[in-house]
Design a binder for this molecule. Structure first.
Ligand code: ZN
Length: 366
């Protein structure tokens, strides 16, 4: 099976909600891809852009490469490298202020996750399991620590944004987070990074209302579960439907105090600029006029870009730039410009780099 065949198979599995971890791979050392490439488990090939200074923060670290995929999984360390390489190629790196991540504490995880689930992740990793027992997320020896730093990377970005050291930030972290809910990791995700960031902003920095924009091609079911009956965190989510994980119907609007603060915009395969940018301009901006967020967190999945092996949307890099403009415009109007964006999905290595550069380029202007 060559790499293309493997990706096609994985995309088909994802459509059916069957994405899972190949059984091969030790999870401890080098990983051989279907095409014969080898991903070294060390950090020597992870070239960080030189530290710059500017209005947008960049969170990343070689540590994020230590969550190692078994044989050829699309959620792979090379995703971070692809984005950083593209930021350098676009000459954006010198304008980005480097922010060092930290590990989230286990107490901080409890802002969104049940203690029993955190213990499950710890014990699964300690037992050497290669798959999370709650769902389709692979594990390797360092996965717990890397996942703590993914959430903690967003915390560090928030600290910098709230302190005014930068006006916004982009976090090139993994594993992704938006499929992880209070009691369950799934869909390549361990901890719910964007949701944790929203709660961290409320508890640490006393921000009252937070909006989360999720434009990953998949529905952010984990984020939705965290804030379903909350009311202080608004989730705006565009995604392909039907597609994994199958949730995110327009009728899913939250409940109780949270009724009306979940806004799902499902679109069929083939959708792109008019649907997704249109929803941002018409539905998100309008909703924010009454919600008035004090911070916007972006679950920035780039698998909604054209030519992604797991998605069927047609967004271009220009579209990601224009979508970013909507977010920064709303943030300037209501949130003193505060935006923290984090990597979710995106599996075409060339595509995610280009889309991320377009996104970051507009954050810099935001
Ligand atoms: Zn996705």
């Amino acid at each position: 099976m060559d790499r293309r065949e493997f990706l096609r198979g994985l995309a088909a599995a994802a459509t059916l909600g069957l994405t899972g971890c190949p059984k091969s791979g030790s999870g401890k050392g080098d990983t051989t891809l279907p095409g014969g490439d080898t991903l070294a488990a060390d950090t020597r090939r992870f070239d960080l852009p030189p530290p710059g200074s500017g209005p947008t923060g960049l969170v990343t670290d070689p540590l994020y490469k230590q969550h190692v995929a078994p044989g050829g999984h699309v959620e792979q360390p090379a995703r971070c490298e692809a984005i950083l390489t593209a930021l350098t190629a676009a000459k954006l790196d010198a304008r980005l202020t480097r922010i060092a991540p930290r590990a989230a504490t286990e107490t901080e995880l409890l802002l969104c996750h049940d203690k029993s689930y955190v213990e499950t992740v710890k014990s699964d990793v300690a037992a050497g399991k290669t798959r999370l027992s709650t769902g389709d997320t692979y594990l390797s020896a360092q996965s717990f620590d890397v996942a703590l730093h993914a959430a903690g990377g967003l915390f560090a970005a928030l600290d910098a944004v709230v302190a005014g050291a930068v006006k916004n930030a982009f976090c090139v972290v993994r594993p992704p987070g938006h499929h992880a809910g209070p009691q369950k990791g799934m869909g390549f995700c361990i901890f719910s990074n964007a949701a944790l960031a929203a709660r961290y902003a409320q508890t640490k920095h006393k921000l009252g209302r937070v909006a989360i924009v999720d434009w990953d091609v998949h529905h952010g079911n984990g984020t939705q579960d965290v804030f379903w009956s909350d009311g202080t965190v608004f989730l705006f989510d565009t995604h392909q439907h039907p597609l994994y994980p199958g949730t995110g119907l327009a009728t899913e609007v939250g409940a109780g105090a949270g009724e009306g603060t979940t806004l799902n915009c499902p679109f069929p395969a083939g959708s792109g600029r008019s649907e997704i940018l249109g929803a941002l301009e018409q539905k998100f901006e309008k909703a924010m006029e009454s919600f008035k967020p004090e911070l916007i967190v972006v679950s920035s999945g780039f698998d909604s870009r054209r030519d992604d092996p797991l998605g069927g949307f047609t967004l271009t890099d220009q579209d990601f730039a224009d979508m970013t403009d909507v977010v920064t415009r709303v943030a300037r109007r209501h949130a003193q410009g505060r935006v923290v964006s984090t990597l979710e999905g995106g599996y075409n290595l060339n595509g995610i780099g280009l889309a991320a550069a377009a996104h970051v380029g507009r954050l810099l202007e935001g």
